[in-house]
Design a protein. Structure first.
Length: 455
């Protein structure tokens, strides 16, 4: 009896220790979540000088969601099976693409004999889909070229010619090089990290070796790039934007600022037949002469933001019309509304929103239909907006944030209204900004570019 009481006391002590450990873990989780929430609030609502960039905002949200899922999992593990409640899933699972191969597995009961002795028959089934992955695996392509000779004569040896290789005498196949390029430039994975990933599979590749592959591939891809640029410049409507690209300057042992200039085409909003495309050009600076050089030979409409460097394209002989971006105009007004009560800025944002609602209705229509709808519905809004702009510019201090925002709109008014003359023009430059955003993400996540492809 005494032994049993001792065992019971020991069990109770063990339960108490376990409970205290669980409570401590929960306290630690709460403290961790509070820190993540604070970081998330700072990223979302902090002062402008303290706000994080959009990608850092996404990282904060990602950490918070991961921590919450971990807390839910531990709570489910700690709770007795009888007391566990089924919590509705908040995750956005979406639907799995139909083109993915389906591997079906059927789980049958242990026995198809009923307790009464009869045979069970199928009356239905439950089906569930789960996303599976086969990790990337290296393989070795062994190429053999047999040599043949004639026994009846001595005319020589016959052998199939060696297939051409992107890197003569090198290890990689074209697929391997393509994988390295996509990982580096699309997934922002630096070469030294790729080398670390490969080493986990026993493939030891030095970073300098991968860099050599990338450089040779860049040379071989140059004709493709030149063909893409030529095809884009044959269009009559393009988008253009630029973003900073830090580049190492070995001589000064520091970084210098270069720029990627993006030239893009997307005719889908007005039913154009040309496929969408984008080409990135590197230049050592942001001067308008770089845009002028890239666009040499292009004639038509160029949709841009309000950067003054594009004004060089308006000189006689260029045959380029500049359509400006309503999203940039709206952004300046929105920034003012975030600082406090700003009825004039809020009214301006509302007026621009009406233009975007009309564009949503006519997206996908042909240029003529789009132009007709704009003249009927958007033109009166633009007329009222111009009168509104003139009225408030005379009443607002020119050097105030609102005055500067209104001056910006007035400065680019002609180009902002160009969409009323051609159904192919979009309201904004967001098409090219979306294509250039991954470049900016790569610059923020990786070390500065040691070198860039110069075209």
């Amino acid at each position: 009896m005494h032994c049993r009481a001792v065992d019971d006391i020991a069990a109770l002590k063990a339960m108490l220790v376990a409970a205290e450990a669980r409570d401590q873990r929960k306290d630690d989780r709460i403290e961790h979540l509070e820190k993540l929430v604070a970081a998330f609030r700072q990223a979302a609502f902090g002062h402008k000088s303290e706000k994080r960039d959009p990608e850092q905002f996404e990282l904060a949200l990602e950490d918070l969601e991961t921590a919450i899922a971990s807390v839910h999992a531990e709570e489910d593990a700690d709770a007795p099976a009888s007391k566990r409640t089924t919590r509705p899933r908040a995750a956005n699972r979406g639907s799995l693409p139909k083109h993915l191969p389906r591997i079906e597995e059927v789980i049958e009961p242990e026995s198809l004999v009923c307790a009464c002795g009869g045979c069970l028959h199928c009356i239905g089934e439950d089906t569930s889909d789960r996303l599976d992955v086969i990790p990337a695996q290296f393989r070795v392509i062994v190429t053999r070229r047999p040599k043949y000779a004639c026994r009846a004569c001595t005319d020589g040896v016959v052998q199939a010619p060696a297939p051409a290789r992107l890197i003569p005498g090198g290890l990689p196949t074209e697929a391997t090089i393509a994988h390295v390029l996509v990982s580096k430039y699309a997934d922002h994975l630096p070469l030294y990290r790729q080398a670390q990933i490969y080493s986990r599979q026993g493939v030891d590749l030095d970073r300098s070796t991968l860099a050599d592959w990338v450089g040779r591939a860049a040379f071989e891809l140059r004709p493709v790039f030149n063909a893409l640029i030529a095809d884009l410049k044959r269009s009559t409507k393009l988008f253009m934007d630029e973003t900073r690209a830090p580049v190492l300057d070995p001589g000064r042992r520091k970084t210098k600022t270069g720029y990627f200039w993006a030239l893009a085409r997307d005719d889908r909003p007005w039913g154009g037949a040309a496929p969408p495309g984008v080409a990135f050009n590197y230049a050592p600076g942001r001067g308008g002469q770089h845009a002028e050089q890239i666009l040499r030979g292009f004639k038509g409409i160029l949709q841009v933001d309000g950067y003054a460097g594009y004004n060089r394209l308006l000189k006689p002989g260029h045959n380029i019309r500049l359509a400006y971006c309503w999203a940039h105009a709206r952004r300046k007004l929105v920034e003012i509304t975030r600082t406090g009560l700003a009825p004039i800025a809020e009214d301006g944002v509302k007026r621009i929103g009406e233009l975007y609602r009309i564009e949503a209705d006519i997206r996908g229509f042909d240029p003529a239909a789009r132009l007709t709808a704009r003249l009927e519905r958007s033109s009166p809004i633009i007329g009222d907006f111009e009168a509104w702009l003139t009225q408030h510019r005379t009443r607002v201090a020119r050097k105030s944030p609102l005055g500067e925002a209104l001056s910006y709109i007035a400065k680019y008014w002609h180009g902002l209204c160009l969409f009323l003359t051609d159904g192919r023009i979009e309201l904004d430059n967001n098409t090219v900004e979306r294509t250039i955003r991954p470049i900016a993400v790569g610059c923020s996540l990786c070390t500065p570019f040691v070198s860039v492809w110069k075209h």
